[in-house]
Write a protein that binds this ligand. Sequence first.
Ligand code: 15L
Length: 269
Amino acid sequence: MQKVVMTGASGGVCRQIRPLLKGLWPELVLSSRRPPEDLAADETFQAVDLADRVAVDALLDGADGLIHMGGYSVEGPWEAIHEANIVGLYNTFEAARTKGVKRVIFASSNHAIGFYRRDGRIDHDVQARPDTRYGVSKVFGEALGSLYARKYGVRVFNIRIGNVADRPADHRRLSMWLHPEDLVQLIRIGLDHPAIVDDVVYGMSHCERAWWDNSHARALGYRPKHHAEDHVAFAMAEQAKLPPDPIGDQFHGGTFCSQEFDGGLADLD
Ligand code: 15L
């Protein structure tokens, strides 16, 4: 990889991994609608709205790899999700295809499978169970990636990210926390591993209470360095500040499941 582009540069996940990406490739271009407030003098930035196809084309000109962290990152109105995560993502994959980008890392999310219950364990191959319109857009993204891999040869690595932070933020995150260094390890596997086609892995560190079987990531060489159980006291203290959530507390997606919940079939498996 000579030139790698990362979208979503002004978002929270990129803020945490930008310092760790420095020097990994000869050229790293950061992009989002607005520059990150803490953009350093040695970082290259290009402002692009993903809804603007011409601008996305220009962004990916000459790129070998794309780390796609851009888009709408929580639940929101359909119009906003549609523009950023459906139209914007389509533009991004089309630009990747026409510009000859070899690899795409797609920041998928645990909210693609948020309606699985916490008392079970799932692997990367289960049927989608999105918990929000946002989660639906992540399922769409994984499907789009599969199409572009199998039809056009753009290899895609889908990371169903749990929650990226220095420490697990609460009880739920003890099962799905992802330290920034472990995320970078996954990104490097996705850009470099020769066997990647349209693979799906879970973006979590070593979580002893995991609800996800991440053996596919392990088979690709992923060895997370950070252990969630090292932070139990902090996570549980934070949890004590939160109100109970009778619906959200049953499912992987937490509050994303309980938002707007109304007469759902939540007591099924
Ligand atoms: C996500 O997908 C969101 O982008 C992030 O803001 C968190 O809410 C995370 O999931 C989570 O589930 O903790």
